[in-house]
Design a protein around this ligand. Sequence first.
Ligand code: 5MM
Length: 364
Amino acid sequence: MIPSSINSSDSRAAGAPSIADMQEAVSALLANGKGILAADESLPSIDRLFALHHIESTEENRRMYRTLLFSSPELGRRISGVILFEETLRQRMNDGTPVPMYLRRCGMVPGIKVDRGLLPFTGMDGEQRTEGLGGLLERLEEYRRSGARFTKWRSVLRVGNGLPSDACIRENAVGLASFALWSQEAGLVPLVEPEVLMDGDHSLEECEAGTTRVLKGVFAALAERGVNLQRLILKTGMVVSGRTCLNQASDLLVTEATLRCLGRSVPAAVPGIVFLSGGQGEVEATRRLDGICRANTGPWKLTFSFGRALQSTAMRVWGGRQENIAAAQQALLLRADWNGLATEGRYSTLMERERLGSLPSRKH
Ligand code: 5MM
């Protein structure tokens, strides 16, 4: 069983939900020069990623991998919070410390993915809705007692060929709004994630138009439900060309389209926007983050909440082998450092080139 009280601040989090706790979590998550590590891959997702590197996806291997990431020396200098999968919230570090307690001791806010994945959105062409509202109120209480201070719910929308439909935007927006309201009532800061997929050959313009409609729909639903915008964080994608679009937009156009889209759809009351990487390469995601953060004149804090774009090299270097742990940690720290610099507009791809020779490599 999960201990009901973890340390002094965890015991406070486990008491009555407090607005001060939520405000403290928002400030910590949006601290300057830091971003959020998304390590909340569901079982099918982590199975797929491990399979790419011939790593068996057992509960112990998943624990070893995630705890390797979290124990990277001084990770908290660049990582403000970590999104966990439910299994990881209940796991322990090698010395027996519960994962949420360990993260807090290292200055990182523990969070949890609370949605239960995607289902087809009936009648619509390949569109999906997110499930997980059933029993959520009870689960939120338990997550808070276990030390989580923020929550995440991911909706997925497709762009191109007339998508996303208004019906699918509405369905997912209402789900996100319910999740956000219930999280705040439980004293947890919601990370509201409507992800517009990069899959497809849509243009940058189509991505911008689709993302703008989605975000407007989400903020309309949040307003209807009376969600407090100052106590939530938006997690969204950068506005980019579809993965198979022949005319890939330049970084400058991505920056302009992303900031224009956010400016038209995200209220100023929202304290922060964190970007997912969505299948962009590690370098590409960092480079674009840097461009967007340099050009941002909007009212919100902007930073990263990457999954694959923080972990890809680290997972490959680890490869499931004990002897590669230090090298994998070094890869994660470098990536986190470069992304932290990007949030301050201080990253350059030259940094990657300078490190090329000394980059961590995998022992076979
Ligand atoms: C880490 O992956 C998260 C969980 O996804 P699944 O439910 O599909 O396993 C995902 O929500 C993630 O937080 C975001 O998509 C950001 O990850 P990327 O890799 O796009 O930065």
